[in-house]
Design a protein around this ligand. Structure first.
Ligand code: NDP
Length: 488
């Protein structure tokens, strides 16, 4: 919103600007901190630059949304690049019981409320990701997956962490076909099966609990003789009669049949005995996470284990004006609540830094025509189909286009990862392809009719007839080629 234009237009505008001024005064007074100053920081050199973002937030987990909330509440133009997994890891969690002041809430709900709260103060949410980041000169350059080149005056890194993989034979081959890191997405596809969960931490317990509602037996393979999970989570586990914890045991190999997991081989580290388990039809990994720092490699200080190094108890990285919080920087606590708290600290640090380099309402007014505005070109919305009847109506109306149905659930990180990808490909091929999305957790008649085995799942229709299907999680180029291959 263009607050500064309103100022000249009305008395209300004048009051708004006064309050902004007061806020800047507040941040200046509250700061009292010596920041690293980039040698080339000079706000005048930003005039005339395109796509300027005063506070650019990378990621949309709790750390990022908290930082964005504080940026936006200070009335500093804040843009959030939501990233490849909008909402972050919380979207793959079932219920959270340790979010302060709320007894029990779904991870997706926390993220939704958080995003709406930040947006209500003016944070601009963009379904795009950073593809490259250049911190060699200021303002910092961020190129997005959609090809936008942004100039960030201050930058927040909340890119989170990615679940680790084991690297055992069969893992890559059957990934998405019985091997996954997301029980909440795939548990319903294992009704009556025997499945294994690898790991002994809180994530592994969460996965096992989720699976216990569907599978006939869940075996948790723990490589040591103790659980790492917290006492509360272990108590939840003990109440589940169909979950069995198998200590001192590691997965050796995943075997498949017809492209899907069909059995596994395991080894006991004490006896060194191997066993073949032909009854296992699903493998769920929960062995920790790797911080997503590759975009910043050799540009800011990163620890040997891959976490962004911060200064003391602050959220300052080794680059002036670049801040970080959440799982990308937190090697110890890794809690959503801590990420949110640290995100708040980072948001405040960023506001103080902007104030320190002289960013104020006058500068904001001079820069406002240069601000990045995603609304200008982000108009494509994928239509949601809720029933077989609705889809049949669309088949009747849309005769000359390929139709691709994307089955997803809001709890599936891979599905959420694909949403911006679909939006991008859908826009590019809008004249020839119609993408439609189906929430598989609601539209049961469509799931049943088209025998959807798991999510994400794509079905390609030509003249109302199925011509292909895919379970693959594709990037932009992959989905673009996939869709185009049917246009020949
Ligand atoms: P953790 O690092 O806590 O646990 C990872 C588990 O995987 C450990 O048992 C570890 O074993 C095992 N592991 C690691 N590598 C391998 C391997 N190669 N083969 C077999 N097993 C392996 O990660 P989590 O993701 O579980 O949790 C991360 C953080 O998030 C924690 O702080 C946790 O408390 C928090 N969390 C909290 C939740 C909640 O409160 N509801 C839910 C989920 C997570 P070993 O012990 O031998 O290293």
């Amino acid at each position: 919103m263009n607050i500064l234009k309103k100022r000249s237009a009305s008395l209300i505008g004048a009051m708004v600007v006064l309050s902004i001024g007061a806020l800047f005064l507040f941040i200046r007074r509250s700061s009292n901190i010596q920041f690293l100053k980039a040698p080339d920081v000079n706000l005048k050199k930003v005039y005339g630059t395109e796509n300027v973002v005063p506070f650019l937030v990378l990621g949309s987990g709790p750390a990022s949304l908290a930082a964005a909330l504080y940026g936006a509440r200070t009335r500093v133009r804040t843009v959030v690049l939501k990233g490849n997994q909008p909402g972050g890891q919380l979207t793959g969690t079932s219920y959270i019981e340790n979010w302060p002041a709320i007894r029990k809430i779904r991870g997706v709900e926390v993220v939704k409320d958080f995003e709406e709260q930040a947006a209500s103060f003016g944070a601009v949410m963009v379904s795009d990701s950073a593809k490259s980041v250049d911190l060699s000169s200021w303002p910092y350059k961020v190129v997005t997956e959609e090809g936008k080149e942004l100039s960030a005056l201050s930058l927040f890194i909340g890119t989170g962490a990615t679940p680790k993989k084991l690297g055992v034979p069969g893992e890559s081959e059957y990934w998405g076909n019985g091997v996954t890191t997301c029980a909440i997405c795939d548990a319903p596809y294992h009704k009556g099966d025997t499945v294994i969960v690898i790991g002994g931490g809180d994530s592994a317990v969460e996965e096992a609990l989720e699976l216990s509602a569907y599978a006939s037996e869940v075996r948790m393979l723990v490589r040591k003789d103790v659980l790492k999970a917290s006492p509360t989570m272990s108590e939840h586990l003990a109440k589940c009669s169909n979950v069995k914890v198998v200590f001192n045991t590691s997965l050796l190999k995943i075997n498949g049949l017809d492209g899907h997991v069909d059995s596994v081989d395991v080894i006991n580290s004490e006896t060194k005995k191997t066993e073949h388990w032909p009854e296992v039809k699903g493998v769920f990994l929960a062995i920790g996470h790797q911080p997503n720092t590759w975009l910043f490699k050799d540009q800011i200080k990163i620890s040997s284990t891959g976490y962004i190094k911060l200064q003391g108890r602050r959220q300052l990285t080794s680059k002036p004006g670049v801040f970080a919080a959440g799982d990308v920087a937190d090697y110890r606590y890794k809690q959503a609540g801590v990420a949110a708290g640290d995100g708040i600290k980072a948001g405040l640090d960023a506001m103080w830094w902007l104030s320190e380099i002289g960013y104020n309402t006058d500068i904001e007014e001079k820069l406002e025509t240069s601000f990045f505005d995603p609304q200008l070109d982000n108009k494509f919305e994928i239509t949601q189909v809720k029933s077989v009847g609705e889809l049949n109506e669309i088949f009747k109306e849309v005769k000359n286009k390929l139709i691709i149905l994307d089955f997803y659930t809001p709890f599936c990180p891979s599905c959420m990862h694909m949403m911006p990808v679909i939006q991008w490909v859908g826009t590019k091929l809008a004249k020839k392809v119609l993408f439609l999305k189906v929430d598989a957790s609601i539209a049961f008649d469509l799931v049943k009719k088209y025998q959807v085995p798991q999510v994400p799942h794509f079905i390609v229709f030509k003249h109302g007839e199925i011509i292909d299907r895919s379970n693959e999680v594709l990037d932009r180029e992959g989905l673009y080629s996939f869709a185009k291959s049917y246009l020949k």
